[in-house]
Design a protein around this ligand. Structure first.
Ligand code: ATP
Ligand code: MG
Length: 231
């Protein structure tokens, strides 16, 4: 095992537990991840692909600390205790993770306020910088979510997830809800962020062409196991 890896997933297994009331509340255990091992190096874009239901999002949730697992997940060699700011996620449906009532400037500032980061002036500067990094000018701060296209919404989600300077970004089907050309623009945005900020990304997608284009290495998952490496 390489101790210099940014992310190390070591022998991670997880299961969903549900109760079947027809069987007098008997517990049903559904294994979803089966002894997963993987490593992501600093500054790497690692692809994770595989059929629907194979466990990709479940693995992302373990790394984010949202669901329980057995085994170890290390960031910079240190075990993650619970939800860590060092890992942020971008989801498939950009509209769903943005509050429709608030303006983009407010949505961008919220994580900074929650984590008591910077003065109002510093926060404003950071928001402008992040918007520019994702290809939106500062005038977008006064817009609301319904005034943006799908690609622009995803850009806002990416800017918002990067504003607290995470070490690792997990993009889970981040281009799946977009049309082909908008998806390609978002892929190129990940490339630019990778080149300019040295961003490390776990890029999850069922789109093999997209992962092959974007990623340094690609792992294929099957039935809760990481199998083939196809790049
Ligand atoms: N909260 C849950 N409770 C019970 N089972 C779940 C839960 N979430 C997911 N599952 C099941 O776990 C398995 C893996 O789901 P997961 O979302 O990780 O797959 P995925 O590889 O991300 O699929 P997709 O490509 O469709 O997003 C599926 O069979 C799913 O039905
Ligand atoms: Mg998924």
């Amino acid at each position: 095992m390489d101790n210099s890896a940014l992310l190390s997933v070591r022998d991670v297994s997880s299961a969903y537990i549900s109760r079947n009331f027809a069987l007098f509340g008997k517990k049903q255990i559904k294994p979803v991840l089966d002894h997963i091992n993987l490593e992501l190096q600093n500054g790497e874009i690692l692809g994770l692909t595989g059929k629907s239901g194979c466990g990709k999002t479940s693995l992302a949730k373990c790394i984010l600390g949202i669901i329980e697992y057995e085994g170890k997940i290390l960031i910079d060699g240190k075990e993650l205790k619970n939800k860590s700011l060092q890992v942020q996620m971008v989801f498939q449906e950009p509209g769903a993770s943005l509050n429709p009532v608030k303006k983009i400037g407010w949505l961008m500032e919220e994580p900074l306020i929650i984590h008591k980061t910077g003065t109002p002036v510093e926060r404003e500067r950071k928001i402008d910088e992040m918007l520019e990094r994702v290809g939106l000018d500062p005038s977008y701060k006064t817009r609301r979510v319904h005034e943006l296209s799908g690609g622009q919404k995803q850009r806002v989600c990416i800017a918002r997830s990067l504003i607290l300077s995470p070490r690792l970004l997990i993009a889970d089907e981040a281009i799946s809800s977009l049309d082909v050309s908008t998806g390609a623009q978002i892929l190129n945005l990940f490339r630019e962020l990778h080149a300019n900020l040295g961003l490390s990304v776990l890029f999850i997608s069922h789109n093999k062409d997209a992962v092959e284009y974007l990623c340094d290495r690609v792992l294929v998952m099957e039935n809760g196991r990481v199998g083939e490496v196809f790049k």
